[in-house]
Design a protein around this ligand. Structure first.
Ligand SMILES: [Cu+2]
Length: 256
């Protein structure tokens, strides 16, 4: 058998297999919507990054899978040979190409969406509303600007740039609302901040992605460390916030 011709044929076949996998997987990715609905401006930035990384990742993943599948069938031992096959020598052009291509890809995504996306998310340090969030095993306590302390529902005004100042009283927790996408660690003794600008009205009862969910394994109650989120009109938010203060007064006395 002509070795040179054989390798060329292998390269064509594995190349076609790679191309086929790329076309199928990219088509599946574009045809399906696996991401939850976007409820905040920040969600668009993060989803764009996720999309780009998936689109770029599919050819790399497919290359490895194509090589694996092809090699497993094409080069399997056809008899009961128990001895090793011929040694494989390194190929300088392949190594150099591999290093250059993968380094360029890694550097490109580090810059965009990595650094560019982070800069976009943190572009504006101003906030129209600042909420203090405290994580504890196993619930969230949110303090509003008027002093109201809320534990059962996180109510937010739409079209408002909100900064959450997050901390923890015991162990590491993580502040995460799937509908908003942004996430930040809640660290004892430290205040970390994350910005969210809700763009859509909605409530947890209609969409489970509107919930403040702990995203850092923190003990037995971790999965249930959930606070329903409701995004409302600005006017409704103001009156709701005022109500919380009057509703809270007797309860606060009872808690001592
Ligand atoms: Cu947790």
């Amino acid at each position: 058998m002509n070795e040179r011709g054989g390798y060329k044929q292998d390269a064509i076949r594995v190349g076609l297999l790679w191309l086929g996998l790329v076309v199928v997987l990219e088509a599946v990715w574009f045809a399906t919507e696996i991401l939850p609905r976007q409820y905040a401006e920040e969600a668009k930035i993060i989803d764009d990054a996720f999309n780009l990384l998936t689109i770029l990742g599919i050819p790399v993943f497919s290359f490895v899978v194509a090589m694996l599948i092809y090699s497993a069938f094409r080069f399997r031992s056809r008899n009961d040979a128990s001895e090793d096959g011929p040694p494989i020598k390194t190929s300088k052009p392949v190594v150099v190409t591999w290093l250059v291509v993968t380094s360029a890809l890694a550097l490109a995504i580090l810059i965009n969406p990595g650094l560019v996306g982070l800069a976009e998310l943190r572009a504006n340090p101003e906030a129209d509303l600042v909420l203090e969030v405290e994580g504890q095993r196993w619930q969230w306590v949110v303090t509003y600007p008027n002093g109201a302390e809320v534990r059962d529902e996180l109510v937010l005004p739409v079209d408002t740039r909100i900064r959450f100042d997050v901390t923890s009283v015991d162990v590491l927790h993580s502040f995460w609302v799937p509908g908003f996408r942004t996430k930040i660690d809640a660290v004892p003794g430290l205040v970390t901040s994350v910005y969210v600008t809700p763009t859509e009205l909605g409530t947890f009862t209609d969409d489970v992605n509107l919930r403040l969910q702990c995203a850092e394994l923190c003990g037995i109650g971790h999965a249930r460390m959930v606070m329903p989120v409701r995004v409302v009109e600005k006017a409704e938010f103001e009156s709701w916030m005022a109500e919380q203060l009057t509703a809270e007064a007797p309860a606060a006395e009872g808690r001592g």
